[in-house]
Design a protein around this ligand. Sequence first.
Ligand SMILES: [Zn+2]
Length: 260
Amino acid sequence: MELSVDTVKINRFDKFSGFTHASSPRYFENDRGELEPYDFSGRDDLEKKENHISKFMKTFQPKIGAPYLLNQIHSDQVFVLKNKTQTQEQVSNIKADAIITHLPETPIGIFTADCVPILLYDSRLHVAAAIHAGREGTRQNIVNKTIMAMQREYGCVAADLVVGLGLGIGGCCYEVDADCLSSFENKIPFELPFVRPKENGKFLLDLFAVNAKEGMAAGVKPENIFQSGECTFCSPMNYYSYRREGQTGRILTFIMLRDK
Ligand SMILES: [Zn+2]
């Protein structure tokens, strides 16, 4: 088996020089030359989790530390990392699904497996955010709430932001029933590109389209929204997918502001 994906970037999101970003693929090549799945769950081995996070981050920069990660709970809560005296362990206990920082050389990250990781960057004020936008976060407008928090805390303006939608389950595969869909009422029109009816009476929901719409509604310019263009469900060899596999691993997506 060949390693087809090393690290994953959001298409054309790399053209901005103020930050580094990436998502983890499913496998890495270990010291024995074998393909080994990244294990960030820590379900049965916390040390392995830490080693694998460190291994992934070091593919970008030899001295980079582990990213600041949250205790994600599918909420609309936003945490602002203003102070480097807060440890990664302290932050990992904070229940929230979006993290913002202005601190350079300080990676912030999000775990997903089908939910959409969303990265924001303000090039004028040099502020970054990472969002975990699954169905619940999307329904609760977490993108909008994160942009509001960036405005409140740092004076960011939505028109200055670039937005990257990372690896998640696509509108090709994300099947929901009528009940779930109804919770999106008044938020999106039930038509393409947001919703496509299926012959089995269910619907395909495009979380990318919904979140992009929300970003634009908040004032982000359409040309400043970038997408990975890849679906986790469609690529079992490359990515974890909760929908496809049930208990599965996690994709780590991070953004780090560069020192100016
Ligand atoms: Zn798909």
